[in-house]
Design a protein around this ligand. Structure first.
Ligand SMILES: Nc1ncnc2c1ncn2[C@@H]1O[C@H](COP(=O)(O)OP(=O)(O)OP(=O)(O)O)[C@@H](O)[C@H]1O
Length: 954
């Protein structure tokens, strides 16, 4: 044996460094410094004898060094830094070969100071190893491969699996002489026992070491196998426990249901016997829903599971539900992730998926009124019962409902025919199978082959359930998408409600006003904190049916495209019949079929609605109401509604016709009836308080005179009456001073002022004074009142026309004179009041021309006249939009004569109610000159004769 001297590094128990292994360990400062000086002294990396201490550290025994150790190279040394002096010295070692310490005395043990210092010690290297026998190597390989295979299979990390596989393939190819080296490698790397490792270190003989390693591997394999078995057994017992837990929960739920049933039975019988309807529970259990949390939790989970099971087998939603349910089961309750998945599943299962087994009994489903023969008549009656007037709109809605009905019935017929066909096919298949069976029996072969096993037995065909027509039967059920456009309070939303009532379907209103984020419509992805589904899914959940009527309210107020996405584009997908059968809500992440939903949209104006969105809708225009219509609506709908809402009836309050008109004209100025309804509500509440006080004072409801409608109460000191009738003069006392206390227009004619007609932002029509004055200046035109470019150009155009015709109109004395410079140099200032409101459009052309002519000639336009129309430079009057709203607005403002472009005659004819037409004079004009004549009166402007001739030749 070759001998030498090496400094001894004692490895504290239970560290062992086998040849070929590497590790890093902390050392004391003393040893650390000694190693550092060794490094400084030698040129190469220093080599030490790493010898394990075989006994665990304790107070009274001194460390015992093993006889065998490993010559190890110091690969790295880490010294504590000045900033962190308490950090230990770290040393990395690489085991090279076995060594044996040569004992200095006969006792064969080593002095304890060897363990404390790097003392130089005599060592010897064992002789070159003999090649072990093939038989021993084979056994070794076999046991090692078995262990590696077991470890690889049990490991959950792919990296480990791969490394076990690699070592195994190395082992298979290894030569007999390298086998002892491999034994060191393997024993060093498995997570074995200390004593085994020490034994391997202390066995220099190759044959003996291989045998020892074989025993160690066999032992290790059985340890791993046994641990695995124990783990599986524990798992199984756990899942058994879970199963038992669920069964117990179910049992508890059944018992509770039975209890509830018996209680309700006994409750109903006790109610019929006595009047005690709210008796305490018979079993004395507390009825609080806050009790028994665990029970409720289990019930909720069972309900969730039931709903997933009710989904159509094989459908996307069911797959998703099952996947998430499994995840939910794996995740510990109370964790954040558990809550997230749970709420997702609650949303997913709350959607009324097609073809899923109905959870409620059919009796709870509303009856499918659409199949009734009297459906259309009933729908008409419903619309009439809810709304006054609106004849054209009701007619269109009836057409719409008729189409929806026809399509739905066709779809049902198709679905039924499909079912019949399927039944027929199944019957044929069964008959063929029976015939085959009969033939087999006749041939004497008794093997029973009744029918092909793959063939499913015939499924019962379920009756059609409303809203559950499913993926097959839904084709073509869609009608067009209606878009109600009109000023606020004209009944757009309530018409939608009536349509839903007529169809017997649930109604859901989705307000889109101010929706800026696409996610509000489509939902947030689940990766977001506190994510949730969008408005459409929320509405579907509330409706509980796939064929709900959804009113998309105020689509003109939806936000434009921004960094939160484009909500309008999301709506396009919802409304497009080609796409909406696979609507994708980002949160739900399963395609939802919206093709059966009837969408109705509402808007106040069409201007802000994107063209593609408009393209998908059929526009139905609602204009404002006349005072006459408002009176009818108030009497027939608003007043009864308010009386009911305030707990009164018509025997308590009568509002006289003049009082109602006074409310409508002086307290509201709107196209719709919302403010009117509010004002009537205030009057009703005022009277409700009076009535309550009257009753509190011991009043008796008794008519004492039909004429004044008073009801009298006897009091000690005399008599006090409650007056049922509300008269015009009382309105101010009830509602306060009128908001519009006076005419919308001045009664007095003024030079330079005429009335134009406008449609305001909310779609309401009205009159707008065009005011002009002459101010000292330089012949300029000044325009104010938040005017847009188009209306400004229109003003300049009007002034140019007036300047061109100033001589003909007798304003100037020669054609070359500028009326703004002769006789005095002036500026004209034109203003359109309500300066804060933006105004634009060309329709004020003739009003501005008339205002300039009035200013420059001094002639005035009567205040009962209002006008609208665009002008051209040549003096032609061209048509404008919004005629119905403008005329109604003029009517409300008590204008009696309206000047309109000739081309707008059809609009008046078609759109304006007859009673309004009868009350107003309409003058349709083709030229500015005709407009001036209609406004100022025939021959009131001093036209020069030549001008007339010239004009007539044009
Ligand atoms: N023709 C009508 N007959 C009876 N009641 C009506 C009529 N028009 C409107 N109403 C009533 O006026 C009230 C306001 O109507 P609704 O809410 O439908 O207005 P809207 O047009 O949707 O307004 P917005 O554009 O502000 O949403 C409702 O109580 C409605 O019943």
């Amino acid at each position: 044996m070759a001998s030498s001297k090496l400094p001894v590094l004692a490895l504290p128990h239970p560290l062992i460094l086998l040849p070929t292994s590497r590790f890093t360990m902390p050392v004391s400062q003393q040893i650390g410094e000694a190693i550092l000086s060794l490094i400084d002294e030698s040129d190469a990396l220093p080599v030490l004898a790493a010898v394990p201490i075989t006994n665990p550290p304790s107070d009274n025994t001194s460390p015992v060094l093993s006889e065998w150790g490993t010559a190890a190279r110091v690969l790295r040394m880490v010294k504590p830094t000045a900033r962190n002096p308490r950090q230990p010295y770290l040393i990395s070692l690489h085991g090279l070969t076995r060594i044996r310490l040569i004992a200095t005395s006969d006792t064969n043990s080593f002095p304890p100071e060897l363990a404390a210092d790097l003392t130089l010690q005599d060592i010897e290297y064992p002789p070159t190893e003999r090649t072990p026998s093939s038989e021993t190597v084979e056994k070794f390989k076999h046991s090692a491969l078995r262990l590696l295979d077991r470890l690889g299979r049990d490991s959950t990390q792919q990296v480990r699996k791969d490394s076990y596989r690699k070592i195994a393939s190395m082992l298979e190819d290894i030569t007999n002489s390298r086998a002892p080296w491999m034994a060191d490698v393997l024993v060093g790397s498995i997570n074995g026992e200390y004593s085994d490792k020490l034994a391997i270190l202390c066995t220099p003989d190759a044959e003996a070491r291989l045998k020892l390693a074989t025993d160690i591997f066999l032992k290790q394999t059985s340890i791993v196998e046994v641990s695995k078995k124990i783990a599986t057994a524990v798992d199984e017992s756990l899942s058994k426990q879970q199963k038992e837990f669920f069964l117990r929960q179910q049992l508890a739920a059944i018992t509770r249901e039975l209890h509830a049933l018996t209680r309700s039975n006994s409750g109903s019988s006790s109610t019929s016997n006595s009047n005690l309807s709210t008796s305490a529970p018979a079993d004395g259990a507390s009825g609080s829903e806050l009790d028994d949390d665990e029970q409720h939790e289990a019930d909720d989970m069972a309900e969730l599971k039931r709903r997933i099971e009710a989904m159509e087998p094989g459908s996307e939603e069911r797959k998703m539900g099952v996947r998430e349910w499994r995840r939910l089961k794996r995740i510990p309750q109370g964790s954040v992730e558990h809550g997230v998945i749970r709420s997702y599943l609650e949303w997913l299962t709350a959607i009324p998926w097609p073809n899923s087994t109905p959870l409620t009994s059919d009796a709870q489903q509303p009856q499918p009124v659409i199949r009734d023969r009297a459906f259309l008549a009933a729908a008409r009656a419903q619309l009439d019962a809810d709304h006054f007037g609106l004849e054209k709109i009701k007619k269109r809605l009836i057409e719409y409902l008729a189409v929806v009905r026809l399509k739905e019935m066709n779809a049902e017929r198709e679905a039924r025919a499909e079912d019949d066909r399927r039944r027929e096919q199944e019957k044929e298949a069964n008959a063929a199978a029976n015939a085959k069976e009969a033939t087999v029996k006749k041939d004497g072969n008794m093997a029973v082959v009744p029918y092909d096993r793959k063939q499913q037995p015939p499924q019962p065909v379920l009756p059609a359930v409303p809203g559950k027509t499913g993926r097959l039967g839904k084709k073509g059920v869609k009608g067009p998408i209606l878009l109600f456009v009109g000023p606020p309070g004209t009944g757009k939303t309530s018409l939608g409600q009536s349509v839903a009532k007529a169809l017997g379907r649930p109604f859901q209103r989705i307000s889109l006003g101010g929706v800026r984020d696409e996610a509000e419509i489509r939902g947030h992805r689940r990766t977001y904190v506190a994510s949730g589904p969008g408005l459409i899914v929320q509405a579907l959940r509330k409706a509980g049916r796939l064929d709900a009527v959804m009113l998309l309210d105020e689509i003109d107020k939806i936000g434009q495209s921004n960094f939160h996405g484009d909500p309008g584009a999301a709506l396009l997908e919802v409304l497009d019949p080609e796409q909406n059968h696979t609507f994708n809500d980002h949160y739900i992440n399963v395609p939802i079929d919206l093709s059966q939903v009837l969408f109705i949209c509402t808007a106040n104006s069409l201007e802000t609605i994107s063209a593609p969105l408009l393209d998908r809708c059929e526009i139905i225009q609602l204009s404002g109401y006349t005072y006459d219509e408002k009176m009818h609506i108030a009497r027939r709908f608003l007043l009864p509604k308010q009386l009911q809402a305030n707990g009164l009836d018509d025997s308590h309050i009568t509002i006289t016709e003049p009082a109602l008109l006074h409310i409508a004209t002086r307290y509201t100025r709107e196209a719709g009836v919302r403010s009117l309804e509010r004002a009537i509500g205030s009057v009703v509440r005022y009277k409700a308080v009076e009535w309550a006080e009257f009753m509190d004072e011991g009043g008796e409801a008794r008519d004492v005179g039909k004429d004044d409608g008073a009801v009298v109460v006897a009091e000690k000191g005399g008599k006090r009456a409650y007056r049922r009738v509300v008269e015009e003069h009382e309105i101010e006392k009830i509602l306060g001073i009128a908001r519009w206390d006076g005419e919308e227009r001045d009664m007095e004619e003024r030079r330079g002022v005429v009335y134009g007609l406008v449609v305001m932002g909310q779609g309401e029509g009205g009159i707008l004074p065009v005011e002009t004055i002459a101010v000292p200046g330089t012949g300029q035109l000044k325009l104010t009142g938040s005017l847009g470019d188009v209306i400004k150009e229109s003003g300049e155009l009007a002034l140019s026309w007036v300047k061109t015709h100033a001589y003909d109109l007798g304003i100037t004395n020669s054609r070359t004179q500028d009326p703004l410079k002769v006789p005095d140099t002036i500026d004209i200032h034109l203003h359109l009041p309500a300066g804060a409101q933006k105004k634009d459009g060309p329709s004020a052309g003739i009003a501005m021309t008339c205002a300039f002519v009035s200013l420059l000639t001094g002639a005035c336009v009567p205040t009962n006249i209002a006008m609208t129309g665009e002008i051209t430079l040549r003096g032609r009057v061209t048509p404008v939009g919004g005629i119905k709203e403008k005329v109604l607005g003029a009517h409300r403002a008590q204008i009696t004569k309206v000047i309109l472009p000739w081309a707008n005659r059809k609009d008046v004819e078609h759109d304006v109610a007859l009673e309004v037409r009868n009350e107003m004079e309409f003058v349709f004009v083709r030229t500015v000159r005709e407009a001036l004549e209609a406004a100022f009166g025939k021959n009131r402007l001093g036209w020069r004769r030549e001008a007339m001739l010239l004009e007539s030749r044009l």
